[in-house]
Ligand binder design. Structure first.
Ligand code: MN3
Length: 249
């Protein structure tokens, strides 16, 4: 799958024509009755739009993994600023841009302001979705996909954790599906992401963790590894699987 496919998919998703039903029904089957509230709550709509969506849970809802003050500042200050600055940059540079993916596909030709803020907006809008109070369990289907590639879920976590702790300074660690429909783990600096044409690490983001200090410093201080380890408890694997099904469809 190439970037063109991503763009086509994004357009389809925006139009609401994505066949997300298949993904949802597979989750219903996979999760069984114990997870009955999960499958129906959201149909993956492709990618974040241009506005900051409501968070969907309380600032304190991710405790004990992420504290309420961190969440409030992160959402209302950091992320909100990315959205505002992105909006300003789009108006100045590419008014009428159709999707964030189209911006990322031509990122190398656009400004650093747009790169930092469109990346920041997309990454955070996704990050809020990748977390859920108490977490959402991995379905047997997704577990099998991960095991087929990494040998075990534990090994995947180890590699993801290494990418997160190994990213020098600020950035993100990612689990993506690449153009050959293979899962890959890597990281990007600052607010870059794997959809950007100028990124060394490319793919469709299935899961990403913010490793800027503003995401974890109040509770974990310098112990980024502890944040990354604790974070698994609140990962929304439903969102990961929905993105996977979307990306490979
Ligand atoms: Mn952040």
């Amino acid at each position: 799958m190439n970037r063109r496919n991503f763009l086509d998919k994004s357009t389809k998703a925006t139009l609401g024509t994505i066949a997300a039903g298949a993904a949802v029904s597979s989750l219903v089957t996979a999760c069984g009755s114990s997870k009955k509230t999960v499958a129906a709550e959201k149909i993956y709509t492709g990618t974040p739009g241009f506005t900051q969506k409501p968070l969907g849970y309380d600032y304190k809802a991710l405790l004990p993994v992420i504290d309420a003050t961190t969440m409030e500042i992160h959402y209302t200050k950091h992320a909100a600023a990315y959205t505002k600055n992105m909006t300003d940059a789009i108006a100045a540079e590419i008014p009428g841009a159709k999707s964030l993916e189209s911006i990322f596909a031509g990122m190398s030709k656009l400004s650093t302001k747009l790169r930092n803020n469109a990346g920041g907006h997309y990454n955070h809008e996704s990050y809020w979705q990748w977390m859920k109070p108490g977490g959402v369990a991995m379905s047997p289907n997704l577990k099998a996909i991960i095991e087929a590639q990494f040998g075990s879920v534990s090994e995947m976590r180890t590699q993801f954790g290494a990418a997160a702790t190994g990213r020098f300074g600020s950035g993100w660690a990612w689990l993506v599906v690449d153009a050959n429909k293979k899962l890959q783990i890597g990281s990007t600096p600052n607010q870059d992401n794997p959809l950007m044409d100028l990124s060394d690490f490319k793919g469709y983001p299935l899961l990403g963790i913010d490793v800027w200090e503003h995401a974890y410093y109040l509770k974990y201080q310098n112990k980024r590894a502890d944040y990354v380890t604790a974070w698994w408890d609140i990962v929304n694997w439903y969102e990961v699987e929905a993105r996977y099904n979307f990306a490979i469809s």
